[in-house]
Design a protein around this ligand. Structure first.
Ligand code: GUN
Ligand code: FE
Length: 464
């Protein structure tokens, strides 16, 4: 269940995004306090202000955790990853369709065992927390039990998570196939049991058009119509072989996106993974119906799928989120993911400033997923899911930071050079779920010049 913490104050260099810096001028988009405090009550942010003034006003007895000189931001949101692929990550030598049949489907067969799904869910949540990721949109397997195990563990930890049982009724080993009816019924049962419980949401999750019959896509569309508020997640236009397969299997369709449109799956809170090879017609269709494209750079590079076109999406008003896509993707770190995103866009001749990248990893992803009223920013009334980041987490980072003069430069170097080592602490509703100094990173004990800041009688908190 949701964690409750009473009242807590967290001090640090506060960074948050009130708008997309690609759209709004920087002073309106970026909220930065070099010394700020976030006050959390019962897991929710109740006040934000300048550190010195707010510290003096804190009622006696309120614990103050001083994270200076580290950055305090909203926790990262990862809007596309696969829980059963933690042991598929880094599998050699194939592109998408062969990768699925050679590595992914055989591995996912193991997840009919709830013990396997429980263990993987525990590993996944530990690893996400270590990377500062507090919310994810997650594919389980086609086994209902895999989603049950995931939700149980997420609920126990008080995490805001979105997940679904994959629906797939063709094109995979028998043990992974459901049917149009069973996929529909099981998703409905999951929604009844878990959607809205604690901080959980159930996503309607057809894997992708190649592994669903028309009957299943129709049943999926019926679910979508019955549950208009539920997130939807699937894959779209990742790979040329996949696109050719869809054109063949749905000969009546104008294009790949049209298949999902036809079944009523393109709408707000529908998350389309990859969207690499879209036409402008498809981008416009997704945008006009309020759906989001999810850019998965490490996966797209690793599987040789192609280069996402952010400029084209922006030109046509299509919202973009950024995600790891574990285990086609190769890193759990949203920092590393953004760094690879920057390189993908560089190959497209596009620029991606750090403010825009950090916005996308937090508030932008929250908006893409439809949870911007809950998480993604440091703002009064939002849930206190936070990450504390150390821009000097490794010797190469410390060395680089000596030449940094602006916050934008610092964030860019943090994103390009950082990874889980940069996570000092992660909070879910104000409760610490990860602490670097207690996580076995022996090499990352505090350095002398990073020692906890003195606490001259300001609420007497413990330093981290
Ligand atoms: N398309 C359908 N299933 C998958 C998957 O598991 N990973 C990726 N990257 N693409 C997919
Ligand atoms: Fe995926």
């Amino acid at each position: 269940m949701t964690a409750r913490t009473g009242t807590l104050a967290i001090r640090g260099r506060l960074l948050s995004f009130d708008a997309d810096p690609a759209v709004e001028a920087e002073p309106h988009a970026v909220m930065f306090l070099e010394d700020g405090i976030v006050v959390v009550k019962d897991g929710v942010i109740v006040e934000i202000g300048e550190g010195p003034a707010l510290a003096r006003r804190l009622p006696p007895g309120v614990p103050l955790v001083d994270h200076r000189p580290h950055l305090v931001m909203a926790g990262f949101i990862d809007p596309h990853l696969h829980m059963p692929q933690t042991q598929v990550i880094a599998s050699y030598g194939t592109e998408l369709m062969a990768w699925l049949s050679k590595y992914t489907f055989p591995e996912e067969l193991r997840y009919g065992d709830s013990g396997v799904a429980e263990e993987a869910s525990r590993f996944l949540f530990d690893t996400l927390a270590a990377n500062g990721t507090t919310t994810a949109a997650v594919y389980c397997t086609s086994h209902q039990i895999s989603a049950e195990a995931f939700f149980h563990e997420a609920d126990r930890r008080g995490l805001r998570m979105i997940a679904g049982k994959v629906m797939m009724d063709r094109g995979a080993p028998q043990g992974l196939l459901d049917t149009a009816e069973s996929g529909y019924e099981q998703t409905k049962e999951l929604a009844a049991a878990w959607h809205g419980r604690g901080r959980l949401e159930v996503a309607i999750t057809p894997r992708f058009a190649p592994t669903s019959s028309e009957a299943q896509l129709e049943a999926t569309g019926a679910l979508a119509a019955e549950f208009p508020g539920l997130p939807i997640q699937t894959h779209l236009s990742e790979n040329h072989g996949e696109i050719a397969f869809v054109a063949d299997a749905f000969p009546w369709s104008k294009d790949y996106t049209d298949v999902y449109e036809h079944y009523g799956l393109v709408r707000p809170r529908a998350l389309f993974g990859h969207c690499i090879h879209l036409s402008d017609r498809e981008r416009t269709a997704l945008a006009s119906k309020g759906a989001s494209a999810i850019f998965c750079p490490t996966s797209n590079l690793f599987l040789g799928s192609g280069l996402y076109d952010l400029a084209a999406s922006r030109r046509l008003g299509l919202t973009t989120g950024i995600a790891t896509d574990i285990g086609g993707g190769t890193s759990y770190s949203m920092l590393t993911t953004a760094a690879e995103g920057y390189k993908v866009l560089a190959l497209k001749g596009q620029k991606w400033p750090a403010f825009e990248a950090f916005h996308m990893m937090t508030a932008g992803n929250a908006a893409a997923v439809g949870i911007a009223d809950k998480v993604g920013r440091l703002a009064v009334g939002l849930e206190a899911d936070l990450v504390v980041l150390d821009s000097r987490a490794s010797e190469p980072m410390r060395r680089r930071m000596a030449r940094v003069e602006t916050l934008a430069e610092e964030l860019f170097a943090l994103m390009v050079l950082g990874d889980d080592r940069a996570t000092v602490a992660t909070y879910a509703m104000g409760r610490k779920i990860y602490d670097r100094y207690h996580a076995g990173h022996a090499t990352l004990a505090p350095k002398l010049d990073q020692a906890p800041w003195p606490q001259p009688g300001e609420g007497g908190g413990s330093a981290q």
